[in-house]
Ligand binder design. Structure first.
Ligand code: AFP
Length: 344
């Protein structure tokens, strides 16, 4: 008789090495110190927010309150979507009574949200865009969340959070969650960029890729060409040049996180330049461009406003915006060269 019983070796017990996010943070910091434990717990809470948002998105169209607008206009002057409100509150609720962060500042809130009971011990501030690309929600396309962690500096007794008006190098960690066919979390603690995929059956983010390196050059350029006549001549010249080159193809999803994820994996460049109406463009420094610049630079890419490294930008106010050119080193330098040429 043939013995059909398969012998399972310990390595075959698991499909892959199941490194969870919290374990990964501790491995990265090579420490079990209180600070390392705090950062691990912080990342775990951000992951929990991501799971709650992903679960809600997976039911869009099946349950009340996911699709459509609330009828209100936010601090950015944009119509608020129901999912923006839900996701903003999810981040607040996962950090309440956590002892981890004293303040949360979000694209959706005019002023930071303080959690006084955390303040004596919670030395961190979470900055976040709860739903990036929210116009994609109603048509079942990808959206994302963007986050950054900064150390609180000073007491902030007047509640103006002026210590947040500093450059992007002050970020301790940054990342995004992409809600696509699968839910992917990408983060950096300033020690490389790593991605995790949510395994719905485990309810855990499992390590997918460590030390992601963005290709030096890519074939994708990503920009809203609907704004062509709103741009400076230098950007129009750049886009005309790109059109004339065989090696470029265009991709634009309407959600920055999705476009950046593509560029992180495959190379290329994303641009959101200033327009006549909005000289600083649309992208917010603290909630979008600084966290994404932190990631892209950690992955070996380049970031620019056109004239300055994005991480050097010091916002004048919490909701300040900046033009954005970000991606593969060679592609960003090419776009920059058109802007610098015009300035000469
Ligand atoms: P929303 O979150 O308001 O949809 O904005 C998304 C976003 O900030 C960014 O994710 C997109 O890349 C960009 O705006 C799209 O803006 P345009 O429609 O002006 O190209």
């Amino acid at each position: 008789m043939v013995n059909t019983q398969k012998i399972i070796t310990p390595e075959q017990n698991l499909d892959r090495d199941c490194t969870t996010l919290s374990r990964h943070v501790l491995q990265q910091l090579q420490s079990f110190s209180p600070d390392a434990q705090d950062l691990s717990a912080l990342m775990n809470r951000i992951a929990l927010a991501g799971k709650l948002i992903a679960r809600r998105l997976s039911r869009a169209g099946l349950m009340e309150g996911v699709l459509g607008f609330t009828g209100e206009i936010n601090v950015q002057g944009e119509w608020v979507k129901k999912l923006d409100v839900f996701a903003n509150e999810v981040f607040i609720s996962v950090f309440e009574q956590s002892g981890l962060v004293c303040r949360l500042a979000s694209e959706e809130m005019e002023n930071p949200y303080y959690i006084p009971e955390n303040c004596p011990i919670g030395r961190y501030t979470l900055l976040y865009d709860p739903i990036d690309g929210s116009s994609n929600v109603d048509i079942n396309l990808n959206v994302g969340s963007i986050f950054a962690i900064r150390q609180q500096q000073g007491e902030d007794l007047d509640g103006e959070a002026k210590d947040l008006l500093q450059d992007g190098y002050q970020q301790i960690a940054a990342g995004y969650i992409l809600y696509g066919p699968s839910t992917v979390l990408v983060y950096s603690l300033g020690r490389g960029v790593h991605s995790f995929i949510l395994d719905p059956s485990l309810g855990e983010f499992i390590l997918a890729q460590e030390n992601i390196r963005i290709p030096e050059q890519g074939s994708v350029y990503s920009v809203n060409e609907g704004n062509f006549w709103q741009w400076d001549e230098s950007i129009r010249e750049y886009v005309r040049y790109v059109h004339s080159q065989d090696r470029y193809t265009a991709r634009y999803s309407g959600a920055l996180v999705g476009d950046i994820h593509r560029i992180l994996m495959q190379g290329g460049v994303f641009l959101y330049p200033g327009t006549k109406k909005q000289p600083n463009g649309k992208i917010r420094v603290l909630y979008e461009s600084a966290p994404l610049a932190f990631l892209v630079e950690q992955a070996g890419g380049k970031t620019s406003t056109g004239t300055q490294n994005l991480l050097e930008v010091i916002p004048e106010q919490l909701h300040a915006r900046t033009p954005l050119i970000i991606g593969s080193k060679i592609d960003v330098e090419l776009a920059e060269s058109f802007i610098k040429k015009e300035l000469c």
